[in-house]
Design a protein around this ligand. Structure first.
Ligand code: URA
Length: 239
């Protein structure tokens, strides 16, 4: 890969900033100063930027505890995006895997691995997503049955069977819901279909990936190798 592209992808700066750094002699490859932006560099070579070693990673995987008030998009004209919560110096090809509503909190995977994202989101794969929710109104066993049987939320078909667990039922109820799909506003529309309103929603897991509860809203960390291996195995990605 060209040295300028390599440095840009890894978040060393804009294309023109990176070119300038190269031309100023601030970049070394295997200890030798390289002055040509088109220089071909291999991922395993040791690159230093201003004397600091720079590691190339082909793929990156962040677990974010999404806070309410930001949007799950790469860019937005009006609102803070989930990518703005990650460090300033980050690679440029990251994106959130699927969408959580602006007011939804919880687990969001952010990566540049398009293949894994595609498989996790594929409607054919029925990857379970579990949410915790606070509901206005009493949630009953009838609701549990209705969620299990499938609900009409205005789509062509009923929703796939979902598991609704009542943690607490009262004027305001506390529940856990597991769905196999990811339709727009799905949980909110499912509760609407049974005459209830979602007051608070937080995603706890997506497939085998579970939110690290030590992450406060807005905090993130890299996925561990074990988490990543399990997730890949689950959707059938090699390696
Ligand atoms: N269902 C919703 O209604 N909102 C979300 O953010 C996720 C699932």
């Amino acid at each position: 890969m060209r040295l300028d592209k390599y440095l840009c992808d890894m978040g060393a700066g804009t294309h023109s900033q990176v070119k300038q750094k190269i031309r100023k002699g601030l970049i070394t490859v295997e200890g030798e100063t390289v002055l040509r932006p088109e220089y071909q560099v291999e991922p395993e070579q040791k690159v230093c930027v201003e004397g600091e070693p720079f590691t190339y990673t082909e793929m990156e995987y962040y677990m974010l505890n999404k806070p309410a008030g930001c949007v799950s998009a790469r860019t937005d004209e009006h609102c803070r995006t989930v990518l703005e919560l990650l460090p300033k110096k980050k690679r440029k090809d990251l994106f959130p895997v699927g969408r959580l509503d602006k007011d939804t909190e919880g687990l969001l995977l952010i990566t540049n691995d398009g293949k894994l994202a595609h498989l996790l989101l594929s409607p054919k794969r029925h990857v379970d997503k579990t949410y915790e929710a606070r509901i206005q109104g009493q949630v009953t066993r009838e609701h549990v049955k209705a969620f299990q049987e499938g609900l009409d939320i205005g789509e062509e078909r009923l929703t796939l069977s979902a598991v609704l667990e009542i943690l607490n039922s009262g004027e305001i109820s506390q529940v856990r819901v597991t769905i196999q799909e990811g339709k727009f506003h799905q949980i909110k529309r499912m509760f609407q279909a049974v005459g209830c309103e979602v007051l608070y929603l937080k995603r706890l897991s997506m497939g085998s990936l579970t939110l690290d509860e030590s992450l406060k809203p807005g905090e993130y960390r890299f996925l561990t190798e074990a988490e990543l291996a399990k997730l890949k195995l689950e959707v059938g990605v090699e390696g």
